[in-house]
Design a protein around this ligand. Structure first.
Ligand code: ZN
Length: 458
C-alpha cells in the first residue's frame, strides 16, 4: 500500500502593516506569488538606508522562491521626478543621461551586494499611458477632478482612506502639513497629474501638457505587471504614509472589486552611529562609501543582523564585528575537506519563515559553524546552504581570506610563496625566513600544511 504525503503548505508568517499583526501568509495563488516593491528615484547614488529595503525584499523573495514554485518580483524605477529635473539642471546634464547613469550605478551597487535583480523593472516614463488611463478612470468614477492643469485625487471620496497607515482623515487635515493650494478642493487631496513648464519634462494629456504625480506610478506599474490584486507590497516604513496610502486609494478606487496588495511589508529605518542619517550631520553613507572599507558580505551581514522591523544602528564597530563573524563562518567552511551540497537546513528556514527572523537565522549559522569546526561535513554543507538563502557565504573561503585585491597583486604574493618554498627545499632557511618576513610586512599570513602553503590577508 502506498500513500503519498502532499507537501505541507509552507508555514510562512508575515507581519502585515494593514492588519497590524503577524499572520500566516496565504497566497492568492500558491502556484504563482506576486510581489511589488517601490524602487529608487534615480538622481544620486543609493545610500545604506535605501539598501535596507532592497535587502529585506531580497531575503523575502529568496525565501518565497524556496517555498513556492513561481514568484514574480516587480521593482520599479522612478525616472521622472522634480528632484531628478533639479539635479540634471545643477549638473548641466541631460535628464535621460542622469537617470541612465544613476540606474546603472544602482544596479552595480546592488549586484555587488548579491541582491538578485527583479523579474520586471518597469520605468515610470515607459508607463505614462497606463497612468493617464488610470487617472481618466478615477475622474469618471468620481474619485478625482481636474483643476488648473492639475488632476487631484479626492480623499473624501474614499471612506477607507487612512486604513493602511492607521491615520484618520480628519486627523490628517488637522495636522495640516499638507500643501494648501488654490486648485485643491480639500487640503488632503493629492496630485495625480501636474502641469509642466516648457523646460520641464512633460507629456500631452487631456488635462494639458504635464507629468504624473509620484504615487500614481506604482499603482499603474503594479497593475500592468501584477494585475488588480497581488500578494505582497513592500518598502521602507517612510513610504507607508502618504505614498502607500495613496497608492492603495488610487488602485482600489480604479478597480473597486480588487484587493490591490494583500499583505504590506515595511522595514524600519536605519541609524548611523545612533543618529538619523543626513547630509547636514555629515554621516550620510552611500553603499560605495561602505564598500570602500569592508567586503560586501560584511555590510550585508550587518544589515541582516537586526530584524527588519527593528531600527538598525549601523556602526563602524558593527561592520568590523560582521567581518569577524564571516571570518569565522569561512574558517568553518574551510575546516572540512569538501563541503557537500545539501538542502537549506530546517533551522534556518524556520527562522526566516517566522516573519523573516534574520538574527535567529544567523544564530543558527553559528550553531552549524561550531559543528563544522568539529569536523562535521554535513554541518558545513548546511552552513553554506543556509548562508546562500541569506545571500551570504558566496565566496570561496580562500578568496574571502585573500580579500579582493587585484589578480596581479595576488600573483606577486603567490610567486614570493613559491620562491620561499624553493628556498626551503634547497634548505636555504635564512632566505625562506626572510621571504616569510617580507610577506608578513605586507600583511600576508602564511599557513603551512601538508598540501602546501595557504595564505590570507591579516
Ligand atoms: Zn511606490
Amino acid at each position: 500500500m502506498s500513500h503519498v504525503t502532499p507537501n505541507p503548505a509552507p508555514a510562512l508568517l508575515l507581519h502585515d502593516s494593514q492588519r497590524r499583526a503577524t499572520v500566516p501568509f496565504q497566497p492568492l495563488d500558491p502556484a504563482h506569488i506576486k510581489v511589488y516593491y517601490c524602487g529608487p528615484t534615480v538622481y544620486d547614488l543609493a545610500h545604506i538606508g535605501n539598501l535596507r529595503a532592497m535587502l529585506t525584499a531580497d531575503v523575502l523573495v529568496r525565501l518565497l522562491r524556496t517555498l513556492y514554485p513561481r514568484v514574480t518580483f516587480v521593482r520599479n524605477i522612478t525616472d521622472v521626478d522634480d528632484k531628478i529635473t533639479a539635479r540634471a539642471r545643477a549638473n548641466g546634464e541631460d535628464i535621460g543621461a542622469l537617470t541612465q547613469r544613476t540606474t546603472a550605478e544602482f544596479h552595480q551597487d546592488l549586484a555587488s551586494l548579491g541582491v538578485l535583480p527583479p523579474d520586471i523593472e518597469p520605468r515610470a516614463t515607459h508607463n505614462i499611458g497606463e497612468m493617464q488611463a488610470m487617472i481618466a478612470r478615477l475622474i469618471e468614477n468620481g474619485h478625482a477632478y481636474a483643476a488648473q492643469g492639475h488632476v487631484l485625487f479626492s480623499v473624501g471620496s474614499f471612506p477607507s482612506y487612512g486604513a493602511l497607515s492607521g491615520r484618520n482623515p480628519d486627523e490628517l487635515e488637522a495636522g495640516a502639513r499638507v500643501e494648501v493650494a488654490p486648485y485643491k478642493k480639500a487640503p488632503g487631496d493629492f496630485v495625480l497629474w501636474k502641469p509642466s513648464d516648457a523646460d520641464q519634462p512633460g507629456w500631452d494629456s487631456p488635462w494639458g501638457r504635464g507629468r504624473p504625480g509620484w504615487h500614481i506610478e506604482c499603482s499603474a506599474m503594479s497593475h500592468r505587471y501584477l494585475g488588480d490584486s497581488f500578494d505582497i507590497h513592500g518598502g521602507g516604513s517612510d513610504l507607508l504614509f502618504p505614498h502607500h496610502e495613496n497608492e492603495r486609494a488610487q488602485s482600489l478606487c480604479c478597480f473597486p472589486h480588487s484587493q490591490f496588495a494583500n499583505y504590506w511589508v515595511h522595514n524600519a529605518m536605519l541609524l548611523v552611529e545612533g543618529e538619523k542619517m543626513s547630509k547636514s550631520l555629515g554621516n550620510f553613507l552611500t553603499i560605495r562609501d561602505v564598500l570602500a572599507q569592508a567586503p560586501a558580505e560584511a555590510l550585508r551581514l550587518l544589515l541582516l543582523g537586526a530584524h527588519y522591523r527593528s531600527t538598525l544602528n549601523y556602526t563602524q564597530a558593527g561592520l568590523q564585528e560582521a567581518r569577524k563573524t564571516l571570518d569565522r563562518f569561512y574558517r568553518a567552511l574551510s575546516s572540512v575537506s569538501e563541503v557537500p551540497a545539501v538542502p537549506v537546513p530546517q533551522t534556518v528556514l524556520a527562522a526566516l519563515e517566522d516573519d523573516l527572523n534574520t538574527p535567529k537565522a544567523i544564530a543558527e549559522l553559528h550553531v552549524l559553524a561550531n559543528q563544522a569546526m568539529g569536523g562535521d561535513r554535513d554541518a558545513a554543507g548546511a552552513l553554506k546552504a543556509g548562508g546562500a538563502l541569506l545571500g551570504l557565504l558566496q565566496d570561496d573561503p580562500a578568496q574571502w581570506f585573500r580579500g579582493d585585491a587585484s589578480a596581479e597583486e595576488d600573483a606577486a604574493i603567490e610567486s614570493l610563496i613559491a620562491e620561499r618554498l624553493a628556498a626551503k627545499k634547497a634548505r636555504d632557511f635564512a632566505k625562506a625566513d626572510a621571504l616569510r618576513d617580507q610577506l608578513q610586512a605586507q600583511g600576508i599570513v602564511l599557513e603551512d600544511t601538508k598540501d602546501g602553503t595557504n595564505w590570507r590577508r591579516a
